[in-house]
Design a protein around this ligand. Structure first.
Ligand code: SF4
Length: 176
């Protein structure tokens, strides 16, 4: 029984990873929840010093807080960490999330690094997001330490430095 569940998971990981690569992801790494680094201090960086703070609804103060997100994160067992260009990351995360849902992972949920870039200017504070299906929250805003998560996934620091120069972004699709 256990081995058949494991085989199913392995098959699904392979399918989702292939799908991610078809959607221009240059790095695709399956991680367990323990490898996803949750650290409430990331929000300090949002509130103090980030030019995206308050400019879009996928960043603080509009997103849910880490205090609300951390108990949600504990419900997930796995994540698919992906990396692609700044222009492709949002679409890749949303497509992979949808594919995982189609495969039966109904609570699959994608997040991206950085602020939401989908509109030339975000809606006013008292209006709702105009693209709720496509917009996904910033991982940092929810308290995910992206650098540590990437390191935990086995991507080395030297590579990270060059990634920043190339303006690639990471995304994470949570799977239960
Ligand atoms: S999709 Fe548009 S309205 Fe929604 S958060 Fe992003 S920029 Fe704002």
């Amino acid at each position: 029984m256990f081995s058949s569940i494991k085989k199913m998971l392995n098959d699904d990981i392979q399918k989702l990873s292939d799908f991610a690569r078809e959607n221009k992801c240059i790095t695709v790494i399956f991680v367990t929840r323990n490898q996803i680094a949750a650290d409430i201090r990331t929000v300090l960086k949002c509130y103090y010093g980030c030019p995206s703070f308050g400019t879009n609804k996928m960043c603080p103060p509009y997103t849910i807080s880490p205090e609300r997100f951390f108990p949600i994160l504990k419900k997930y067992k796995y994540g698919l960490l992906v990396e692609t260009s700044a222009s492709d990351i949002n679409q890749a995360v949303v497509r992979i999330e949808k594919e995982a849902i189609k495969m039966g992972y109904l609570f699959a949920f994608g997040m991206r690094g950085g602020a939401c870039p989908l509109c030339p200017s975000c809606t006013l504070p008292n209006e709702l997001c105009c693209k709720p299906v496509e917009a996904r929250p910033s991982m940092e805003a929810l308290g995910i330490d992206v650098f540590k998560t990437v390191k935990n996934a086995g991507i080395n620091k030297n590579k990270l430095a060059s990634l920043n120069e190339d303006f690639t972004f990471f995304g994470l699709i949570l799977i239960d």
